[in-house]
Structures are given as structure tokens and as C-alpha cells.
Design a protein around this ligand. Structure first.
Ligand code: ZN
Length: 113
């Protein structure tokens, strides 16, 4: 449910960007969304279609790039995606530790007209 306020925020930011750059319409918003960010891309798409109506974002496309969470190996420094049922580093077998990779959520770019 918390995708609603974040989507409203997204539209406001995109409209501001559009106005600041003398645009009239937002064409596309490129988002980066980590799998551990807590946001569900499908919900953002859904809310966006509804609440962008009548704004400069109406009809715009949202492209959401997913980021897979990665672990970092404390022994050799390798960054890797965890396997199902395993945290082991593919290089040396040590259990990896969580990183911030996969928690990101931000606008990468906004295309306007
Ligand atoms: Zn390792």
C-alpha cells in the first residue's frame, strides 16, 4: 500500500523536472528499484496509471529497472547474488554478508517533451 504515496511523489518530481526544463509533457520515467527496497513495481505501475491522469505525466511510461540483492564475501570481497538456500561465496565458500545493493529506489532519469 505504501506505493501510493511514493507514486504521488514520483509524479510531483517528474512534473517539477518537466516545468523546470520548459517541457510540457513527461514521456518516460526511468526508475531503479531494488528487490529489497520494499516497493512492488507492479503496484507502482498500477497507481501511476490512475493518479497520473490530468497531470503532465498522463500517458507516460515508467521503466523500472530491478536490482537483485547482492551479498559481499568477508574473506575475498566478492559481490554475488545468493543462491536459494545458500549464502556461500562462489569463489571461496565463506558465507556472504548483506550489502545495500538491492535496497535502492530512485529516479534514474526523466524524459520530457
Ligand atoms: Zn569469498
Amino acid at each position: 500500500m505504501h506505493e501510493l504515496p511514493i507514486t504521488e511523489q514520483l509524479i510531483k518530481l517528474a512534473e517539477k523536472h518537466c516545468r523546470d526544463n520548459d517541457g510540457t509533457k513527461v514521456i518516460k520515467i526511468n526508475l531503479v528499484c531494488g528487490d529489497y527496497s520494499g516497493f512492488v513495481p507492479e503496484s507502482i505501475h498500477m497507481y501511476f496509471d490512475i493518479i497520473s491522469e490530468g497531470t503532465m505525466c498522463e500517458g507516460a511510461e515508467i521503466d523500472i529497472r530491478r536490482v537483485k540483492p547482492k551479498l559481499k564475501c568477508p574473506s575475498c570481497g566478492e559481490l554475488f547474488e545468493r543462491e536459494l538456500f545458500s549464502f556461500a561465496c562462489p569463489k571461496c565458500g565463506t558465507d556472504g554478508e548483506p550489502t545495500d545493493i538491492g535496497k535502492e529506489f530512485y529516479i534514474e532519469s526523466i524524459e520530457i517533451e
